[in-house]
Design a protein around this ligand. Structure first.
Ligand code: NDP
Length: 315
C-alpha cells in the first residue's frame, strides 16, 4: 500500500478537474489528479465540439481533453490513472482510497467526478454510439441539419433537446413511454406549438437499425397491453434524454447530496458542507452541464481550495 500526501487532491479528469488542476498547479499547490474510470470524462465520448470558446473550427472531444490534460501537467500536476473507491472526510487530512488500496491524504479535495447520461440499455445503443446515437443534442444536433431525429424521454431535458433539434432538423420525434409528458407545462406548450415535433406517446424503443449508421428505430406502442403495436420510424439520429446520473455514489454519507445525488454546494462558491471539500462540474450541476460551465466551476474550486489553505496557514 502506497501513501500519498497532497495539499489538493482532484478526483476526476473532465473539464472541471483539468481546469482545477491548471489553476492549482499554477498556484504551486502541486495537485494530484486521479483520472477515474473514464479519463477525460464525457467529452471523450463525443465527436466534434464546436461550442467551446476559442476553437474557431471546432475540436475533437478527445483532442481537447488531451490538451487540457497536457496543460495541467505543464504546471506540475501529477496525474494518475486511478479511481477513488472509498473516502473518509470526517477528519483532516481527508483520506481517500483507490481501487488498488493506495491511500491519499489530502488537505483539500476537489470532487469533479462528472455525471453519466442514462441509456436505455439496448445493445444497439452501443453498436451505433457515435454513428447516430447521442445523449447530447447541444453537442451533436448540428450534424442533423435537415434530417430526421428522435428524442427519447418526456421530461424537461427531452423537451429542451427536442426544441433545440427542431430548429435544425427537418423533423423531430419524441418517444415517450407514458401517455403524457412529465415536463413542465410551459415546455409542453412549446413542444406542442412546434409543427415539426411529433410526440409518439405510449411508445418504447426496442432496437435500432441501419447499415453504417442509424437509419431507423424499432418501436412498440402499448407494450403491456394485449395488443402491442410494433412499428418502425425512419430516423438519422437517436438522442437519449432520460436523465443523468451524477457519479457520486462513493461520496454518499460523506458530503451532502441532493435527492438526485448531485453534490450540494454553497453557490456561488464550490464549497460543500465539509470544510475543505469542494465540488465542480457536472457532479454538482443538474442544470447547465456544459464543458465551459464545468471548466468555470473547476477554476472556482481551485481558487476556493487555495483560499481555504491560505486561511488555515497551510499554503
Ligand atoms: P426527468 O427525470 O424529469 O425525466 C426523465 C424522462 O425520461 C421521463 O419522461 C421518463 O419517463 C423518461 N424515462 C426515464 N427512463 C426511461 C426509460 N428507461 N425508457 C423510456 N423513458 C424513460 O429528467 P430530466 O433530465 O428531463 O430532468 C431532470 C431535472 O432537471 C428535472 O427536475 C427537470 O425539471 C430539470 N430540468 C429543468 C429544465 C428547465 O427548467 N429548463 C431543463 C432540464 C431539466 P416517465 O415520465 O415515464 O418516468
Amino acid at each position: 500500500m502506497e501513501e500519498t500526501r497532497t495539499k489538493v487532491l482532484i478526483i476526476g479528469s473532465g473539464p472541471a478537474g483539468c481546469t482545477a488542476a491548471i489553476y492549482a498547479s499554477r498556484a504551486n499547490l502541486k495537485p494530484v489528479l486521479l483520472e477515474g474510470e473514464q479519463p477525460g470524462g464525457q467529452l471523450t465520448q463525443t465527436t466534434e465540439i464546436e461550442n467551446f470558446p476559442g476553437y474557431v473550427n471546432g475540436v475533437q472531444g478527445l483532442q481537447m481533453m488531451s490538451e487540457l490534460r497536457d496543460q495541467a501537467m505543464r504546471f506540475g500536476t501529477e496525474i494518475r490513472p486511478r479511481t477513488i473507491v472509498k473516502v473518509d472526510f470526517s477528519v483532516r487530512p481527508f483520506k481517500c482510497e483507490d481501487e488498488r488500496g493506495d491511500i491519499y491524504l489530502a488537505d483539500t479535495v476537489i470532487i469533479s467526478t462528472g455525471a453519466s447520461a442514462k441509456y436505455l440499455g439496448l445493445p444497439d445503443e452501443d453498436k451505433y454510439k457515435g454513428l447516430g446515437v447521442s445523449a447530447c443534442a447541444t453537442c451533436d444536433g448540428f450534424f442533423y441539419r435537415n434530417r430526421v431525429v428522435a428524442v427519447v424521454g418526456g421530461g424537461d431535458t427531452a423537451c429542451e433537446e427536442a426544441l433545440y433539434l427542431s430548429t435544425l432538423a427537418k423533423k423531430v420525434y419524441m418517444i415517450v413511454r407514458k401517455d403524457y409528458l412529465r415536463a413542465s407545462k410551459v415546455m409542453q406548450q412549446r413542444v406542442n406549438d412546434k409543427e415539426n415535433i411529433e410526440v409518439l406517446y405510449r411508445c418504447n424503443t426496442v432496437g435500432l437499425f441501419g447499415e453504417e449508421g442509424v437509419e431507423g428505430a424499432k418501436l412498440v406502442r402499448d407494450v403491456e397491453s394485449d395488443n402491442p403495436e410494433y412499428f418502425d420510424v425512419a430516423i438519422d439520429g437517436f438522442f437519449l434524454a432520460i436523465g443523468h446520473k451524477p457519479n457520486t455514489d462513493v461520496f454518499a454519507g460523506q458530503v451532502e447530496l441532493d435527492e438526485q445525488g448531485y453534490i450540494k454546494t454553497a453557490t456561488p462558491s464550490t464549497r460543500t458542507n465539509i470544510e475543505g471539500v469542494f465540488a465542480a462540474g457536472d457532479c454538482a450541476d443538474p442544470i447547465y452541464r456544459q464543458a465551459v460551465t464545468s471548466a468555470g466551476t473547476g477554476c472556482k474550486a481551485a481558487l476556493d481550495a487555495e483560499r481555504f489553505l491560505m486561511d488555515h496557514n497551510e499554503l
